[in-house]
Design a protein around this ligand. Sequence first.
Ligand code: DC
Length: 220
Amino acid sequence: MKKLLITIDGPAGAGKTTVSRALADRLGYRYIDTGALYRGVALAAQVRGIDPKNDHDLKMLCSGLDLNLVQHADGLGLCLDGEDISDRIRTPEITMLASAISAQPVVREFLLDLQKDLGKEKAAVFEGRDMGTVVFPEADVKFFLDASPGTRARRRYAEQKSKSSQTLDEVERDIQRRDRNDSTRDVAPLKPATDAIVIDSTEMKVDEVVDYMVSQIENQ
Ligand code: DC
């Protein structure tokens, strides 16, 4: 079968990661989590004490950054300068910093080439915010996965409960702030591509979403 490039965009907590992984498994494709790359840049900036609003320092940071997605037995991981940072990029602090840093054009430019390179071989499911609109406007099938704000907050809370002390209210507040940051920034804001298939997963189970996606892919 022809190798396809599939994109899944959407707001935080919509279920993109779970669904993207499951879809990639079903198709025998690679799964690429582009949010992890923004988180990696955020962690590097934090470690080196760089102000996320300082364009010049961010540019210098990116030019020397050795960021690699790596395949672990239990999923995708991220290495920075050879060190595995998969767990360190999942804290609430790095989550908010990644959202702030992702609004900076120098960071988006740096990651654009890296992401395009990863897409060259196709046979991949790319998860992010601007996959269908900016990074891969020519993607074969584009999905935009959404869910109600309350559902997204509850899903995110359940997912990080064992790792974080944040309350449901705090998770909901962070998600609202991130929605605002990610969809109102000037460069590559979160929005569905005009040719994206929009799915509201509020009342859907993971398998139902994946089945629906596979049926849409087979219809292409
Ligand atoms: O998907 P995530 O929660 O790991 O993403 C972290 C942040 O990175 C998110 O708030 C916005 C940013 N991001 C982006 O701007 N573009 C992408 N393609 C992926 C993530």
